[in-house]
Write a protein that binds this ligand. Structure first.
Ligand code: C2E
Ligand code: MG
Ligand code: MG
Ligand code: MG
Length: 294
């Protein structure tokens, strides 16, 4: 093992020994550095939420928003959640950061309610990671945080992936059912990218399917993707679910989604995720447009 570093990796309670080459060792050490940086990030207020509008496919009106986490690293600039969420997951820090996201989202909703910007029945979606969701105290924490900020539970939507459900299905269903009874709704994120979503669909209290942006991207040129998207929309509608297409960037993609009967979309065509101040401008412009439309 001349250029092979050996690490002992402790994962999910059992010890396993794995052999890594140099490239992987490099990756591990970068992750350790990142882990250290992430520890400081919460205390030093380096996290921020950005908001992306959810748009009605037919009217163009704003019907909700998704909160997306941003990390403003003091020297490295803004780091994508794709790069640091997995590190938060494996280190367990996602529990604290996830709670921060919930708290911050509720503060934002409180502010928008006070400003008269948040229409009744509109929901803010937050992304929930498996480890956060599986904690025993999860439901209590959510209910407490909502109460603290006087936020009705029907202002909140939780985006989950099938990773949450895959191991302990019955437990997941119980947690989701309890939260649904309070009024929180659930969306299945990145739909179509997993293995077994379809078999769970009827059992889970999920009201919305989010079609992964990987299918939407080539919807114009790739017949297979177009057929898949149409099939997901048709199936979702038959199951009385709402459909959100992710990653819509072009008018022609939107036209196809309209034809297929998709309800809502998110994407750069309307707006990327933006700061709270910029999102408030989007909400004000939307209110004005709605008033003119009557
Ligand atoms: P996601 O929940 O599927 O979010 C959609 C991603 O697509 C976001 O990336 C969004 O900025 C991006 N997006 C939106 N419109 C377009 C478009 O038109 N084109 C393209 N190419 N991309 C678009 P982002 O913000 O980098 O987040 C990546 C992922 O990180 C999220 O995927 C989600 O899985 C995770 N994430 C973000 N915030 C949180 C959080 O607060 N908690 C947890 N647990 N995960 C989060
Ligand atoms: Mg999401
Ligand atoms: Mg997604
Ligand atoms: Mg995703």
């Amino acid at each position: 093992y001349a250029d092979t570093a050996m690490y002992q990796v402790k994962e999910k309670g059992r010890d396993s020994i794995e052999f890594f080459n140099e490239e992987m060792a490099d990756k591990v050490s970068r992750q350790l550095v990142m882990e250290g940086d992430l520890h400081r990030a919460l205390d030093e207020y380096q996290f921020k939420l950005h908001y992306q509008p959810k748009i009605d496919v037919m009217t163009g009106f704003v019907v909700g928003a998704e909160a997306l986490l941003r990390w403003e690293h003091p020297t490295k600039g803004t780091i994508s959640p794709i790069d640091f969420i997995p590190v938060l997951e494996t280190s367990g820090m996602i529990i604290d950061v996830g709670q921060w996201v919930l708290e911050e989202s509720c503060k934002t909703l409180e502010r928008w309610n006070e400003m008269g910007l948040w229409r009744e029945g509109t929901r803010l979606s937050i992304n929930i990671s498996p480890r956060q969701f599986r904690r025993n105290a999860f439901v209590d924490d959510v209910v407490q945080t909502l109460n603290k900020h006087k936020i009705p539970a029907n202002s909140l939507d939780m985006e989950i992936t099938e990773g949450i459900v895959i191991q302990r299905v019955d437990e997941a269903i119980t947690t989701m059912t309890v939260l649904s009874e309070y009024g929180i709704s659930f969306s299945l994120d990145d739909f179509g990218t997993g293995y077994s979503s379809i078999s769970y669909l009827k059992r889970l209290p999920v009201s919305t399917l989010k079609i992964d942006k990987g299918f939407v991207r080539d919807i114009i040129d790739d017949r297979n993707d177009r057929v898949l998207v149409e099939t997901i929309i048709t199936m979702g509608r038959l199951l009385d679910m709402e459909l959100v297409a992710e990653g819509v960037e072009q008018t022609d993609q939107l036209k196809i989604l309209q034809q297929f009967g998709c309800h809502y979309y998110q994407g750069y065509l309307s707006s990327p995720a933006v700061s709270i101040e910029n999102f408030e401008e989007i909400l004000m412009a939307d209110a004005k447009k709605r008033a003119q439309d009557v």
